[in-house]
Design a protein around this ligand. Structure first.
Ligand code: C2G
Length: 128
């Protein structure tokens, strides 16, 4: 079984999130999504609208997501890849090159982001 992993906050879940997860899934047969905990988001300087419990359940409900794990820190990716037998690491290309150090452990793929949508944009739209 070819296993894929991807990471993210997935706050105010939107179509861009859906597309990256759907595309990631089809690089293998099993998709693990590591969702950033509220504590880790604070480290990333992100204040989430939805708590981890909600963000992780929304992602877990998607038919092409097989497993959700917490992302607690920047350092866990190598262990996640080794411990879960991951073959492919996928991220949106706003991260292009940032995770090339993982190429020693698995395939690293950056996919084009979905244009004109972001959690930040949604928050601004709601404020109008
Ligand atoms: N994304 C996308 N298109 C958008 C918005 C986001 O393809 N319009 C992708 C991002 O490139 C990322 C994923 O959706 O691969 C999740 O995005 P965020 O929730 O913003 O996650 P981020 O803050 O980038 O956290 O260790 C990695 C971090 O956890 C990534």
């Amino acid at each position: 079984m070819k296993k894929v992993i991807t990471y993210g906050t997935f706050d105010l879940f939107h179509y861009g999130h859906l597309r990256i997860l759907e595309r990631a899934r089809y690089y293998g047969d099993y998709l693990i999504v590591a969702v950033s905990t509220d504590e880790f988001n604070a480290l990333k300087g992100k204040i989430c609208t939805y708590p981890y419990e909600h963000r992780s359940k929304i992602v877990a409900a998607l038919k092409f997501v097989d497993e959700v794990i917490p992302e607690n820190n920047w350092e866990q990716k190598i262990d996640d890849i080794k411990n879960n037998g991951v073959d492919v690491f996928v991220m949106g290309n706003d991260w292009e090159g940032k995770f090339d150090f993982l190429k020693k452990y698995c395939e690293v793929i950056y996919l084009p982001r979905t244009d004109n949508i972001s959690t930040t944009q949604i928050k601004e739209d709601i404020r109008k």
